[in-house]
Design a protein around this ligand. Structure first.
Ligand code: PMP
Length: 281
């Protein structure tokens, strides 16, 4: 049985309910976070909590529980659900009212929900086989730095990827990749430089992205933060994605075309190992 924490209460996940007048349901007026759990411990927790504060602050939703309190609930959920490898999902909405109205009322009580998902991402077959991605038009709004629960653009991209037999979509705007539908996109160019798009409102500021860039710099991999095209990615030595739910995974095909020799590359493998080792340290 899985446990939810909803507005201060632990209860069975299947019994957790939010009113239909909650603005998260009516307007997608809310933000979320996904944090990995490895060996029963939170991975990169401080970065995820800082981004939650940033996302919530950007749309003016006050956090009903402070960062330390949220981390304590997350640890309790990990214990109650006996999670060794998996994820913590957290959603914060502006809360419920007595009628549907675009303009939020003053003094609303936010809705805060957390629950776990067991997932053995260390055993992901993509680690050895590599992932296929498709290129897909960037159809989302222009504040992708806010981790909004309005995810229609991502859902459409993921459906298109699945229909093409791929696992992820790389979103393309003005000829350049912004990010993956649920990950950040990176390549290793012909010179051996790790390239990923620089931070802006055009993409989510990935916690895993930041950690991987720091590890790359620390271990002597040159890093360049700039936009790249699908053509550059196809001509690259290596390609990869980063996210809390995948850590670092190799991308070996884009739109059905093989990258390099079609096998996961050495820098991708190394960065994945370093990230996992850092998470376990
Ligand atoms: N971009 C998007 C659109 C995402 O949904 C995610 C996953 N949360 C990421 C990037 C990766 O971010 P993180 O490394 O913080 O999980």
């Amino acid at each position: 049985q899985r446990t939810a924490w909803l507005n201060g209460e632990y209860l069975p996940l299947a019994e957790a309910k939010v009113p239909v007048l909650d603005r998260g349901f009516l307007f997608a007026d809310g933000v979320y976070e996904v944090t990995a759990v490895l060996d029963g411990r939170l991975v990169d927790s401080a970065a995820h909590l800082a981004r939650l504060e940033r996302s919530a602050g950007a749309i003016g939703i006050p956090l009903p529980v402070d960062a330390a309190g949220i981390a304590a609930v997350e640890r309790e959920l990990i214990a109650r659900d006996s999670i060794t490898r998996g994820l913590i999902y957290l959603q914060l909405t502006r809360g419920g009212t007595d009628d549907r109205d675009f303009l939020p009322r003053a003094g609303m009580r936010p809705t805060l929900l957390m629950f776990t998902q067991a997932r053995d991402f260390l055993a992901n077959p993509a680690v050895e086989a590599g992932m296929s991605v498709i290129s897909w038009p960037e159809l989302r709004w222009t504040r992708r730095d806010i981790k909004s629960v309005a995810l229609l653009g991502q859902v459409m991209a993921k459906q298109a990827a699945a229909a093409a037999g791929a696992q992820e979509a790389w979103l393309v705007e003005d000829g350049f990749v912004t990010e993956g539908a649920s990950s950040n996109a990176m390549i290793v160019d012909e010179a051996g430089t790790l390239v990923t798009r620089s931070l802006s409102n055009a993409l989510l500021h990935g916690c895993t992205r930041a950690a991987v860039l720091a590890l790359a710099a620390q271990y002597g991999v040159p890093v360049a933060e700039r936009a790249f095209t699908i053509a550059e990615a196809l001509a690259a030595r290596e390609a990869m994605i980063t996210s809390a739910s995948s850590f670092v995974l190799p991308v070996t095909r884009i739109d059905g075309q093989v990258i390099a020799d079609g096998r996961p590359g050495p820098i991708t493998r190394r960065l994945r190992e370093l990230y996992i080792a850092a998470a376990r340290a």
